[in-house]
Design a protein around this ligand. Structure first.
Ligand code: NAD
Length: 361
């Protein structure tokens, strides 16, 4: 088993170092290899996803990814910007299914911007389709309008599209995840989020998810329009179990869900292809505002490493050990500044990583 380590930019190298430290202590015998990605790769090789990095990722069983990006690259041509590395990895590895659990740890219930009773015990899973939709649809571009409200004016356009097989495979992923959660004591319900009242793409989405749902009699299915889903996520988030949605709606809703848990610094994510090969990364970005200060929360990345062990490397016990260790350090009152509250102990990135290592026993 081989893990490709891609720390990236900003706080990426700081938080990935802590996750690697945790993995090393477990002595699972995996081979690891590190490569540059994002702005760091652009500086060294003139491209955010050099071929050597892509080949390493393709040949590995899993990729542990930090974060990429910095404001200073905002003026580069789009294909050279750090964020293109993520899109390139998703596309080339066929990573179509993005898992974002949003779990509110009891110890952090007061760090959420919502009232304690709304988020206490929250444990939902957002599954976002990752390689289709308006982010990848062609054609796209800028042109002079020949019709519409302002013929002759400059306009820009993108194409929203989903094919039946793309919807079928993400629907299967969602129903199977709900089934697994049910076996572990969960509710076993999928909420499919769409905009079928306005968009053809999402009418097909709804039709196909409904059809696939017939194959999972043990899992309940309901449908919700995305505007209502946004509202329900902040009104009564615990009503959800598994949410499945398209690329753009999932992008937005999963960030909203992140805040329910207190801090984006706590949220892991996994992006999988049909061979269970995956890219594991924290849900947040490179946080240039705090990079190099030693204060970034490494727990989202450490929890992403746990997801990697469970989903791609077949090590569920080791994954559970890491998750338990994270729970322990939170119970000990250790907090990075993003989750700090009065009465707890403020620690930095490295101290938090060390505490997790210690809690592994
Ligand atoms: P961000 O997620 O980097 O930061 C948002 C806020 O959350 C900042 O205040 C930051 O300090 C804080 N934050 C994020 N992670 C944290 C952590 N682990 N611990 C403590 N605080 C944390 O989003 P942004 O500021 O919009 O974007 C910064 C850069 O990251 C941009 O270049 C953007 O394109 C890029 N980005 C990359 C990814 C990725 O690599 N997957 C995702 C989102 C944004």
């Amino acid at each position: 088993m081989k893990i490709a380590i891609l720390p990236g930019d900003g706080i990426g190298p700081e938080i990935v170092a802590e996750a690697v430290k945790v993995l090393n202590v477990l002595e699972l015998g995996f081979e690891t290899e590190t490569a540059l990605v994002g702005g760091a790769a652009y500086e060294a090789h003139g491209h955010p996803l050099p071929d050597a990095t892509l080949q390493l990722a393709k040949g590995a069983d899993a990729v542990l990814f930090g974060a990429v990006g910095d404001w200073k690259y905002d003026t580069l041509d789009r294909p050279l910007r750090p964020e293109q590395a993520i899109l390139g990895l998703r596309k080339n590895l066929g990573l179509f299914a993005n898992f974002r659990p949003a779990i509110c740890y009891p110890q952090l219930v007061d760090a959420s911007s919502l009232k304690r009773e709304l988020v206490s015990g929250l444990d939902i899973l957002i599954i976002r389709e990752l390689t289709g939709d308006i982010y990848f649809g062609q054609p796209r571009g800028r042109r002079i309008a020949t019709d519409g409200h302002f013929p002759g004016a400059e306009e820009a356009f993108d194409t929203m599209r989903y094919s039946r097989p793309e919807i079928e495979r993400i629907a299967h992923v969602a129903f199977q995840a709900a089934r697994k959660r049910k076996a572990a004591g969960g509710e076993g319900r999928v909420t499919s989020v769409d905009k079928a009242n306005v968009l053809e793409t999402f009418q097909l989405w709804k039709d196909v998810v409904t059809e696939i749902g017939l194959q999972y009699a043990d899992v309940a299915l309901d449908h919700m329009y995305v505007d209502n889903a946004a509202m329900q996520l902040v009104k009564a988030p615990k009503k959800f179990d598994v949410v499945v949605t398209g690329n753009m709606f999932g992008d937005i809703l999963s960030d909203a869900a992140a805040m329910l848990t207190g801090s984006i610094g706590m949220l892991p994510s996994a992006s999988l292809n049909d061979k269970n090969q995956g890219l594991y990364e924290p849900s947040h970005g490179s946080a240039p505002d705090i990079a190099g200060k030693g204060v970034a929360n490494p727990l989202a990345t450490i929890l992403s490493a746990a997801m990697m062990l469970r989903f791609s490397l077949n090590q569920p016990e080791a994954a559970a050990r890491i998750e338990k260790a994270v729970d322990t350090v939170l119970s000990q009152g250790l907090r990075t500044p993003d989750i700090y509250s009065e009465g707890t102990t403020k620690v930095g990135t490295v101290e938090m990583g060390n505490a997790v290592v210690k809690a592994l026993g």
